[in-house]
Design a protein around this ligand. Structure first.
Ligand code: SF4
Length: 247
């Protein structure tokens, strides 16, 4: 694959302590996404990436190499990385540079996710799960119709792979009620039981940031109170612990 067939890089962070928990990583941002989550704060990258400078992978890897001793790997995020045909070649090039890869994905492309894991092109995955595994609820939170079966398949791929993984859900009170967040945790627990997985990855509930959402109707909508959110996270953890503890 030639350089011009690699996904365009539309953003780069030299050092992040947040994007790969427990690691220091560089972050590359790939454009476009097949979802339209109303709360998305990366909407310029999703809708108007042509307004952003394009960086070459070569220049990015050279900048990472200059900080080699600090960097554990590269987080590839978006947008949605898995919609790019050249993603496997990009991940291969990152590995060839001696760096590990964390992939962020929305889980809508289970076959591609499976391919990347099977080929050893990703070392860890963080998958956003928008809602309980129900078509109508998923459409409400993803902004477009997504068959929940696709998300279920990606979760199963991750669970069966044994690769280090994390699930994340952005909680917007206007879109997702507390009970629906618990329902999502129960869906994950039930899938772990079906897949006979004892090390179910954590489901992290992230608070919504109303500063600049894709849907202006959510601007200034109230996020969860931090204490309430912390209580929700504890209950989510308990649901998942109860499921995996019984295997
Ligand atoms: S928040 Fe939604 S729309 Fe934005 S990049 Fe992620 S999956 Fe795509």
């Amino acid at each position: 694959m030639t350089t011009d067939q690699l996904p365009p890089i539309k953003g780069f962070l030299e050092t992040s302590l947040l994007d790969w928990p427990g690691h220091v990583c560089a972050v590359v941002f790939l454009p476009y996404c097949n979802l339209r989550c109303p709360y998305c704060h990366n909407h310029r990258l999703v809708l108007h990436p042509d307004t952003l400078e394009t960086l070459s992978l070569e220049s990015v890897l050279a900048r990472v190499a200059a900080r080699d001793e600090w960097i554990d790997g590269v987080c590839v995020t978006g947008g949605e990385p898995t919609i790019h045909r050249g993603l496997p070649a990009m991940l291969e090039a990152i590995h060839e540079a001696g760096l590990r890869v964390k992939l962020d994905t929305n889980g809508t492309q289970p076959e591609i996710l499976k391919h990347l894991i099977t080929k050893g092109l990703v070392d860890t995955v963080a998958m956003d799960v928008k809602a309980p595994l129900d078509d109508a609820l998923y459409e409400r939170c993803a902004g477009v119709y997504v068959p929940a079966s696709l998300i279920t398949s990606s979760i199963e791929v991750l669970l069966r792979s044994g690769i280090p993984a994390e699930f994340r859900c952005t909680a917007v009170p206007l879109l997702l009620k507390e009970g629906e967040i618990f329902r999502l945790a129960e869906d994950l627990r039930d899938l772990a039981l079906q897949c006979a997985v004892s090390n179910l990855p954590k489901l992290t509930i992230q608070n919504f940031n109303p500063a600049d959402p894709m849907d202006p109707a959510l601007k200034d909508a109230a996020p969860f109170d931090e204490k309430v959110l912390s209580g929700i996270q504890k209950d989510v953890d308990a649901i998942l612990d109860a499921g995996t503890g019984s295997i």
